[in-house]
Design a protein around this ligand. Structure first.
Ligand code: NAD
Length: 483
């Protein structure tokens, strides 16, 4: 307990919260203290938003696109240099296996450089108007202003970059409230941004809890745009907050993604791809939680998945052999084991796992066994509700039309996948699945050029891709009488 409290960062300075309160962050694998963080609330959000407003109206507005590009490229170099710090914060804060955490390096590095590249490509238009030759008219894209961002705990290294990079590119400013469960990566990134030369006040961090600091940011009248990644329920509250000041919102919410496996596929490849459900202990928004398997290979596939689940090494993320870590906290443990019990009550059969892991290696943490439910009907609650744990529901199907109907029979639409060796089936199914991302014969790869986000209750807007910048830019029409 000799750790010094980690402060909030406002105007480039690290400081305690206004109320002087702190909270503890503990390692979910061991219960050990990781850090003591300042607990910000509405008073700290007010200070941070005021700093972001001053920065927006100050010298930052005179930074050219090339200047902002250079800053992001310098930031990318620093992140590359210090990436091991980010790796360790994710391992200790959320229990992420260190091999997975290190594996994020390439995507983070590409992501920052991709956004840097966009900085000099933002442009208005000179439309062919019908006002007559006496008029010259054009459009300009201008930064929307002060942005707020609220992030979840399950993928801190990427989530923070998704919020920070478009802000810098477009010339906006930011107040970011990371999850109380995983603030370490964001705080380190913001230190590196300042080292790269980003002026004070452009990116501010307020650590603290959702209902206090998060809600204050979402409801702040001087925030022009709010980008939120998290659960559906909190997403609804963010929309309520958007009424104050008519702020724009971008929402990246939950999922219950279908992973459709046809009998003609490469089964070994499909098994390896489907086992990604256990990555990050199933705490991934795009996780393939429902595997729809064509009936002739259903039993073989369930058996293969169960074998994979039973063979996983579960443990402390610091051990390089660990393939699956703990759940994030006691609440998540109750929730996931509750769904494991519910699956059996609903009539599904646990082909692997189905409960909490116990024993000396597990008792201080929040560990569950990787679980495969067979005989699942898509109407069951375990197939409809987001569990956010290492639980996969295997559902049989007989025809492609049935697979498409079941795939879409959920209120979510974040992602999905199809495994087949038929080009025709691949095209038909990727068109039929109503989701923001569809993978064919793979599961999970992301690229900064490809927009990422959800249909239906999975969200509003897209991260990544040029389209993402629209959320951060206003369009102004200039109409000039020239004769
Ligand atoms: P959460 O909604 O509980 O919390 C997310 C963030 O919102 C945290 O920073 C939290 O402090 C804050 N928050 C909580 N209550 C708030 C309130 N009343 N007002 C404002 N902010 C508040 O989600 P979580 O448990 O951290 O993350 C898991 C969820 O996030 C899952 O539903 C998952 O699917 C989703 N997620 C989605 C994506 C995506 O890109 N679509 C990515 C990762 C996670």
């Amino acid at each position: 307990m000799n750790k010094a409290p980690v402060g909030i960062i406002i105007d480039g300075k690290t400081r305690p919260s206004v109320a002087g309160r702190t909270f503890e962050k503990r390692n979910p694998a061991t219960g050990d203290l990781v850090s003591i963080l300042s607990e910000g609330d509405a008073a700290d959000i007010d200070l941070a938003v005021a700093a972001a407003r001053r920065a927006f109206e100050g010298p930052w507005s005179r930074f050219t696109p090339s200047d902002r590009q250079a800053l992001l490229l310098r930031f990318a170099e620093l992140v590359d240099e210090h990436f091991e710090d980010i790796v360790m914060t994710d391992v200790l804060d959320i229990g992420m296996p260190i091999t997975r955490s290190r594996g994020r390096r390439g995507l983070v590095s590409k992501m920052i450089r991709y956004y840097a590249g966009l900085a000099t490509s933002i442009h208005g238009e000179t439309p062919s108007h019908s006002l007559g030759d006496d008029f010259f008219a054009y459009t300009v894209r201008e930064p929307v202003g002060v942005c707020g961002a609220i992030t979840p705990w399950n993928g801190p290294a990427i989530a923070a970059i998704w919020k920070i990079a478009p802000v810098i590119v477009t010339g906006c400013t930011l107040v970011i409230k990371p999850s109380e469960e995983a603030s370490g990566a964001t705080l380190r990134y913001v230190e590196l941004l300042h080292e790269a030369g980003v002026p004070p006040g452009v990116v501010n961090v307020v650590t603290g809890y959702g209902p206090t600091a998060g809600a204050a940011l979402a409801m702040h009248p001087d925030v022009n745009m709010l980008s939120f990644t998290g659960s559906e329920g909190v997403g609804e509250q963010i929309i309520e907050g958007s009424k104050i000041g008519f702020k724009r919102v971008a929402l990246e919410l939950g999922g219950k993604s279908p992973n459709v496996v046809f009998a003609d596929c490469d089964i070994e490849a499909a098994l390896a791809g489907s086992s990604i459900i256990f990555a990050n202990s199933g705490q991934v928004c795009t996780a393939p939680t429902r595997v729809l398997v064509e009936r002739p290979i259903y039993d073989q596939f369930v058996e293969g998945l169960a074998r994979y689940a039973n063979g996983l090494k579960v443990g402390n993320g610091l051990d390089p052999e660990t393939q699956m870590g703990p759940l994030i906290n006691a609440r998540q443990l109750d929730r996931v084991t509750g769904y494991m019990d519910l699956g059996t009550q609903e009539g599904a059969r646990a082909a692997a796992g189905g409960g909490r892991l116990t024993g000396a290696a597990y008792d201080k943490g929040y560990f569950v066994s990787p679980t495969v439910f067979a005989g699942v009907d898509n109407a069951m609650r375990i197939a409809q509700e987001e569990i956010f744990g290492p639980v996969v529901c295997a559902i049989p199907f007989d025809a492609p039309e049935e697979a498409a109907r079941v795939a879409n029979d959920t209120r979510y639409g974040l992602a999905g996948a199809v495994w087949t060796n038929s080009v025709q089936t691949a095209h038909q199914m990727s068109r039929a699945i109503r989701a923001g991302t569809v993978w064919v014969n793979s599961y999970g790869p992301l690229d900064p050029t490809l927009p990422f986000g959800g249909f239906k209750s999975s969200g509003v807007g897209r991260e990544q891709g040029f389209q993402n910048l629209d959320d951060y830019l206003e369009t102004k029409s200039v109409i000039m009488k020239i004769a």
